[in-house]
Design a protein around this ligand. Sequence first.
Ligand SMILES: O=C[C@H](O)[C@H](O)[C@H](O)COP(=O)(O)O
Length: 223
Amino acid sequence: MDSNKKIVAEKAVDEIKDGMTVGLGSGSTVYWMLQALGERVKDGLEIVGIPTSQKTEKLAKELGIPLADFSSVDGIDLAIDGADEVDPHLNLLKGGGGSLVREKIVDILAKRLIIIVDETKVVDYLGTFSLPVEVVPFGWETTSKRIAEYGCLPRRREQNGEAFISDNGNYILDCDFESIEKPAELHENLKKLVGVVETGLFINMADVVMVGHAGMVDVLTKA
Ligand SMILES: O=C[C@H](O)[C@H](O)[C@H](O)COP(=O)(O)O
């Protein structure tokens, strides 16, 4: 399984060229992307990366990848990120690792967004994977009830017996919808709720999805 993640990650790194500002996604597939990018940087590739999570920032630093933030950069040439699910319209469900807010800020700014997944992530409808929704901790119980009115059972994410805290100091509610037939509409509705910071639905954002399977890479593009 990891070999499919590695091969698709390496293919995506071929798209990174000298002088680019690159959004660095998060997750186990992006781990392989960072490894390959670190090698390219050692060989002389000159880029600057904008990390989408503290984990990615730490690993990128260990690998010698130069980093920047929005105080010195105001555009992103290319972002490469993972996803938990991809539908036929290239809409995404993300946030399994809890990094959805920073990912969305970076990915939406990128002139081109490449998503790297293995074949297990490609689905007909989003929603088999629980939808992560980041909420502010204050009043999260009432925010959770409002979210539930849209037809799901939200669970506050826990880690080691305590509430999981995002990089932004918030909670994540994992919401079981089973099947999300209208992802854009659901995203808009959830975003209107006070207390909701962001949802893991990334609508109409991916330009390319690279899918690793059986040692090969399929490239899906927007129709
Ligand atoms: O919060 C995590 C991110 O959205 C990841 O990009 C997503 O969960 C996919 O991660 P992985 O490549 O580990 O399946």
